[in-house]
Each structure stands twice: as structure tokens, then as C-alpha cells.
Design a protein around this ligand. Structure first.
Ligand code: ATP
Ligand code: MG
Length: 158
């Protein structure tokens, strides 16, 4: 399916913003222009749902979550950033492993299985993109992923 990524992304963010129970603010910095991507919308929805629910799960009361994407050549880079508890640098590499969760005791109380990011990586790679995380303990976490752009709003094939 070919979709306007900004519209697709906004709809998912809206759904979380309307239903969230936490006191966490959402901020969006999205390009003016439309960019179309060819994606499996169910799978990409699952990926973005997990990234946003992780950001909410690990955000403090009064926290902020930032949503953005930038475009370079034929790629877009999507980012979701929180100012939550972060991930110790020794563990960052492992969070894409199946069933891996940073802190067992803390993780147990948060629910979940530790599969979300493993599935996200599989799905993003199946779309020809990549996904990675930058995090600093106590400062916050940013999840990035890339997607190929099909066409921009001027109808130029990228
Ligand atoms: P599931 O997604 O299956 O419900 P989960 O959220 O624990 O469970 P993942 O989404 O794969 O699993 O995340 C793996 C681990 O990475 C989490 O348990 C958490 O320890 C850490 N993590 C992921 N996102 C963040 C974040 N935004 N801030 C802090 N830690 C995170
Ligand atoms: Mg998760």
C-alpha cells in the first residue's frame, strides 16, 4: 500500500494522544511536504505502536515525547524520543534481542514480553530499512528507523 507517511504517522500518534492516561506531553516536528512510502500498514502500525508504548511506559510523570522525521535523498529517518529513564549503554545493543528486557524486576511490573523491538527490527528490515536506538541512562531514549521514499508530492519519483 502506498501512503502519505505524515498522515499515517499522525493518525497513530493521535490515537495514543487521545487514549493515554499518563501526564506526558506529545510534540510533533513533521515536514511540510508530503512523502509517500510503500509499506505494509498493519506491520508498520505494529512497529510504531510498540515504539510509542515503550516511550510512554518508560516516561516519568510530566515527561515529553517528541515525534519527527527528516528526509534525505530517497530515505526518510523517523524518530521517537522520550526523556525517560533511558537504557544503560551496556544494554542498548541487546534490546532488539527476543525476550530481552533491561531490568527484570522493573520490567515485570511494566508488563510485556520483550518481543516488541525484536519484531520491529524484523519488520523494518523486511521493508528494506534499519532501526536503532540512542539512549543515555537517566536522560532519555530515541528510537530511529528508516524507510525508502516512493514518491514526493510533486509526483517526482524518488
Ligand atoms: P513488549 O514490547 O513485548 O510488550 P517490552 O516493551 O518489554 O515488551 P521491547 O519493546 O522489545 O519489549 O523492549 C525491550 C526492552 O527495552 C524493554 O523491556 C525496556 O527494558 C527497554 N526499552 C525499550 N524502549 C525503551 C525506552 N523508550 N526507554 C527505556 N527503556 C526502553
Ligand atoms: Mg515494547
Amino acid at each position: 500500500e502506498i501512503v502519505d507517511f505524515k498522515q499515517f504517522f499522525n493518525r497513530i500518534i493521535d490515537r495514543f494522544e487521545l487514549s493515554k492516561s499518563q501526564n506526558v506531553s506529545f510534540h510533533r516536528v513533521l515536514p511540510e511536504k508530503q512523502y509517500f512510502v510503500e509499506i505494509d500498514t498493519d506491520k508498520l502500525t505494529q512497529v510504531i505502536d510498540n515504539i510509542i508504548s515503550n516511550a510512554l511506559k518508560y516516561s516519568p510523570d510530566g515527561g515529553n515525547i517528541r515525534f519527527g522525521f527528516t528526509v534525505k535523498d530517497t530515505h526518510m529517518k523517523v524518530m521517537v524520543s522520550d526523556d525517560g529513564m533511558g537504557i544503560p549503554s551496556a544494554n542498548v545493543e541487546r534490546i532488539f534481542d527476543r525476550f530481552y528486557r533491561v531490568d527484570r524486576a522493573r520490567a515485570r511490573s511494566m508488563g510485556g514480553t520483550g518481543l516488541g523491538l525484536a519484531i520491529a527490527r524484523e519488520m523494518i528490515e523486511a521493508h528494506g530499512g534499519s532501526i536503532w536506538v540512542e539512549s543515555e541512562e537517566g536522560q532519555g531514549t530515541t528510537v530511529f528507523f528508516t524507510l525508502e521514499i516512493e514518491i514526493n508530492e510533486e509526483g517526482e519519483w524518488e
